[in-house]
Ligand binder design. Structure first.
Ligand SMILES: Nc1ncnc2c1ncn2[C@@H]1O[C@H](COP(=O)(O)OP(=O)(O)OP(=O)(O)O)[C@@H](O)[C@H]1O
Length: 436
C-alpha cells in the first residue's frame, strides 16, 4: 500500500527552536521526554512540543553521561520522519506535526495542541453511539497512517487525544514505534504495549498493517467490556504476551451479552472482526470502516443532558482489577530523566535569551484563564461528560466504576491513582530509563 501524497524527506530538522517558540507548562511526559505548551513568537499560536532527550543516562547511577544514545537518536529521527510523512497529507484524525528541531541533545517536535487523552472522556453511560463514533474516528486515523505505507505498532487508548476546535475530534499520536511497511515481505520484532499486541507479532511469524487492527479491537474490547481481551491470572506484561501468543486462557467474545440484549450484535461483530486471531481472516481497517456498527448515530449533544448509568453488570470488570493491571503494566517516566531535561531546557533558555529568562523560563501568563477558556470551548458532549462525572461522584461519594468498567482519569485523579493501562515494550531498543 502507498500514498502518492505522502512524501518521505530527510530534510526535516530545523536549527533553533527558541528563535521561533516560547516554551510553556508541561502537558505530559514519557519515558525519555516530555510534552509542553509552545507559543509561536510570531503569531502567538498555541501549540504543543514533544521534547525527547537523546542523551545517555547511566542505568545504575541515573547520571546523564553526556554521550548521545545512538539507538534513541535513530528511533527519534525515525519517529519524526514517519510523522512528517503521515502529515504530508491532511487527516483530522492524526495529531499534526508542524516542525521538528534538533540541537543534538534534544529533539523538539512542534505539533498541534490537544486537550486531553481519549480515556479522559471515557465516563459512565457511554452509549453504543458514542463507542461507534470513537471507533470510527480511531479507524480513520489508522487508515490514514496505513495509506502512507506506515504501521503504527502502538495503537492504545493513551495514543489517541481529543483535539480540534471543540476538542471533540479523536487524533492518533505517538509515532515512536511506527515502521514503514516493506515493499516485499513482512515486518518483524516485538513493539508496542502488551495487552494490545497482536498474536502474529508475538509468535514471530512476520506481520503487517493488520497488527494495528488487532490493537484497535483490543481497545474496542476494553472500552466496551472494561477489561483486556486476555486477562491471565498474573497481570504482568510477560504473562499478557504469553496468553495472547498461546490463546490461553482462550479469548472470549461475550456473545451472550448480545443474546441477553446487553449490547448489540453489531458491536460484538465489530470486535470479533478486529480481534480475529488468524490475520488472514481479519478485517482490514478499510473494511472495518464499512462495518454496520460504525453506522450507529452518536448520542445528540446537549450540555444539560444527563444519563442515568446502566445497572451494574455482574459480568463487568472490577475497577480495582483494571486499576491494578494498570499499575502493574505502567511504564513510569524517570524523575532523573525529567530533571535532566528541565535542567538542560533552563540552560538553553539562558543561552538563547527570551522574555522570561531565569526561574520564569516557561511562559505562564494567562495559563489559568486559558484553561478556563478551553473548558468553555469544549464540545457539549465533553461538558456533559464532565458534568456526569461530577454529579455521579458527589451522588455516590465516588464510585470508581464506569459503565464500561474503565475508570476515567477524572475519577482516578480524585483517587490519586494513575490510569495508564500500559507499558511499552520495545524489543528493538532494550534501553530502559535509569532507576537510581
Ligand atoms: N499534542 C499534544 N497535546 C497535548 N498533550 C499531549 C500532546 N501530545 C502528547 N501529549 C501528552 O503527553 C503525554 C506523552 O506524550 P507521548 O505519548 O507522545 O510521549 P512519549 O514520550 O512517546 O511517551 P511514552 O514514552 O510513554 O511512549 C501524552 O500521554 C499526553 O498526555
Amino acid at each position: 500500500m502507498g500514498c502518492g501524497a505522502c512524501k518521505a524527506s530527510d530534510d526535516v530538522f530545523e536549527v533553533n527552536f527558541y528563535d521561533s517558540y516560547k516554551l510553556g507548562k508541561k502537558l505530559g511526559q514519557g519515558t525519555f521526554g516530555q510534552v509542553r505548551l509552545a507559543k509561536d513568537k510570531f503569531n502567538d499560536a498555541e501549540l504543543a512540543v514533544k521534547i525527547v532527550d537523546v542523551r545517555h543516562y547511566d542505568e545504575k547511577t541515573g547520571a546523564c553521561t553526556g554521550e548521545i544514545s545512538r539507538s534513541r537518536n535513530k528511533a527519534t529521527r525515525d519517529e519524526i520522519l514517519h510523522w512528517k510523512r503521515i502529515c504530508a497529507s491532511n487527516c483530522e484524525h492524526v495529531v499534526k506535526l508542524h516542525k521538528a528541531f534538533s540541537d543534538n541533545s534534544l529533539y523538539y517536535m512542534v505539533c498541534e495542541r490537544c486537550k486531553r487523552s481519549m480515556l479522559d472522556m471515557t465516563v459512565d453511560g457511554l452509549t453504543e453511539g458514542d463507542l461507534s463514533n470513537m471507533f470510527q474516528q480511531m479507524s480513520k486515523g489508522i487508515l490514514h497512517t496505513h495509506s502512507c505505507g506506515i504501521v503504527h505498532r502502538d495503537v492504545k487508548p493513551d495514543n489517541f487525544l481529543w483535539g480540534g476546535p471543540t476538542h471533540s475530534t479523536l487524533k492518533l499520536c505517538d509515532f515512536g514505534l511506527a515502521a514503514t511497511m516493506p515493499a516485499v515481505g513482512k515486518l518483524g520484532g516485538i513493539y508496542g504495549t502488551a495487552p494490545y499486541m497482536a498474536p502474529e507479532m508475538l509468535r514471530g511469524v512476520g506481520y503487517d498493517y493488520l497488527v494495528d487492527v488487532w490493537s484497535l479491537g483490543a481497545v474496542a474490547y476494553l472500552l466496551s467490556f472494561g477489561r483486556f481481551p486476555y486477562t491471565p491470572m498474573e497481570q504482568t506484561s510477560a504473562s499478557m504476551k504469553d496468553a495472547i501468543s498461546k490463546d490461553s486462557p482462550a479469548l472470549r467474545i461475550p456473545l451472550e451479552r448480545a443474546a441477553e440484549g446487553r449490547c448489540s450484535e453489531q458491536l460484538i461483530s465489530f470486535i470479533a472482526s478486529s480481534l480475529c486471531r488468524d490475520a488472514t481472516k481479519r478485517s482490514s481497517v478499510q473494511q472495518l470502516l464499512q462495518h454496520p456498527f460504525l453506522a450507529i448515530p452518536s448520542r445528540p449533544e446537549s450540555p444539560t443532558e444527563e444519563h442515568e448509568p446502566a445497572e451494574p453488570d455482574p459480568d463487568s470488570p472490577r475497577p480495582m482489577h483494571v486499576r491494578s493491571i494498570a499499575q502493574n503494566l505502567m511504564s513510569r517516566p524517570s524523575p532523573t530523566v525529567q530533571n535532566g531535561i528541565d535542567e538542560l531546557l533552563q540552560k538553553l533558555f539562558d543561552k538563547h535569551g527570551g522574555e522570561a529568562a531565569g526561574s520564569n523560563m516557561f511562559f505562564s501568563e494567562g495559563d489559568e484563564d486559558k484553561e478556563k477558556e478551553q473548558q468553555d470551548d469544549v464540545s457539549p458532549t465533553m461538558r456533559a461528560a464532565d458534568c456526569r462525572i461530577r454529579k455521579k461522584n458527589s451522588r455516590r461519594n465516588v464510585k470508581h466504576a464506569t459503565h464500561s468498567g474503565v475508570i476515567s482519569p477524572a475519577v482516578m485523579g480524585q483517587l490519586g491513582a494513575n490510569t495508564s493501562a500500559s507499558s511499552e515494550e520495545n524489543e528493538g531498543e532494550p534501553e530502559s530509563p535509569p532507576n537510581p
